[in-house]
Design a protein around this ligand. Structure first.
Ligand code: ARG
Length: 353
């Protein structure tokens, strides 16, 4: 029941922030009245900010949670027209990118505005080019009239709708999108593959749940961990599938498995991704450091008397997992609230996971 969830959230917030209980009780009353009158209630700006941060802290798949209280929260619930919406999305990209010194940021919009992209920035996917993960969203963009010559690295446009009106697309100005070419200081041939990636992963297909209320349009970002790009996006067979080309650029003998060409190429390639970002002045973390930061997060949470929940298969990095402490322990995958959740099917988004 909504009131129960609302009260639980408010109680926890007051407890954590050490706020006084008479204020809490009057807030309970206010919320109860609002729910009785309208069937729902409205978060204050403070509740929204606190809720969004806790949602990150409770994200079981995220290894970067050490920084949860550094999240910048933009309360954009008042935005109600197309122009302001698009301006705010562009501002999110620019502010989060911050010339490379990436700022963890969430922008929370009203549910009358909808985004149909999986991330604000993503490369299009075609049968013979681009990111296979984006094939479905690329045909959606095409059906909206987006035409572009096929390429491995076409940034998809923003696909959105406002107040239940028709779905549209919008192409971002190139100037706000930072991309990094992947190079290796000891293997110049890698550059010839022309691999590149965008600086900021801004997830736009998850729901922010706070105290029983769902924000469907709340794009958020941190910075990349190098394995996301190096082990998964370029290497998975169902993604860019480039491991063989990469190994050849490193002059490895790919004629048989026993040369360990796959593993060798993977390590060098992740080194290349990491240093390409760093050399371009763009924030990125390596998997060993991220795991250590996660350990610090666990310690801090423990000290605060809070249990850290997690999803082991996501918290163990996909490169040399046994070198990190996460690999050697278990996590309880209980979903706490507030949280960031994969979108429910009935929300009408074609890309629910
Ligand atoms: N794995 C996703 C990608 O490669 C990004 C997910 C969010 N990652 C992050 N570091 N915040 O695009």
């Amino acid at each position: 029941m909504l009131l129960t969830k609302a009260k639980k959230f408010i109680r926890e917030m007051h407890h954590e922030l050490g706020l006084n209980s008479s204020e809490m009780n009057s807030r309970f009353k206010q919320i109860e009245n609002e729910i009785n009158e309208s069937g729902t209630y409205t978060h204050t700006a403070e509740e929204l900010t606190y809720g969004a941060k806790i949602a990150w802290r409770n994200s079981n798949r995220c290894i970067g949670r050490f920084f949860w209280d550094k999240l910048e929260v933009r309360d954009l619930r008042h935005i109600n027209n197309e122009d302001d919406f698009i301006t705010s999305i562009n501002n999110h990209i620019e502010h989060a990118t911050n010339d490379g010194k990436i700022i963890p940021l969430i922008s929370i919009f009203s549910n009358d505005l909808k985004i149909y992209n999986e991330q604000l920035l993503r490369y299009a996917g075609y049968r013979n080019a681009g990111d296979p993960k984006s094939v479905e969203s690329t045909s959606l963009a095409a059906s909206l009239g987006w035409i572009k010559e096929e390429n491995d690295f076409n940034i998809l446009p923003l696909m959105y709708s406002v107040n239940e009106e028709e779905m549209k697309y919008y192409e971002y100005p190139q100037s706000i999108i930072k991309e990094i070419s992947i190079t290796h200081d000891q293997y110049p041939d890698l550059e010839k593959l022309g691999l590149r990636w965008y600086a900021v992963p801004i997830i736009s297909n998850m729901d922010l749940e706070i105290g029983g209320l769902f924000y469907h349009t709340a794009p958020f970002n941190g910075w990349y961990m190098e394995t996301e790009i190096g082990v998964r996006n370029f290497t998975d067979e169902y993604r860019y599938n480039k491991l063989k080309d990469i190994a050849e650029a490193f002059h490895l003998d790919t004629s048989k498995t026993s040369t360990y060409w796959r593993d060798r190429a993977l390590v060098e390639f992740n080194y290349a991704v990491y240093h390409s970002f760093k050399n371009s002045g763009v924030s990125i973390v390596d998997h060993i450091t991220a795991s250590k930061q996660f350990q610090q997060f666990e310690k801090r949470e423990h000290k605060e008397g809070r249990e850290v929940t997690g999803k082991w298969s996501w918290l163990a990095p996909p490169l040399s997992p046994s070198l990190t402490h996460n690999y050697h322990k278990g996590f309880k995958d209980t979903v706490k609230s507030p949280n960031l959740l994969y979108r429910k099917k009935e929300s009408g988004c074609p890309f629910h996971n």
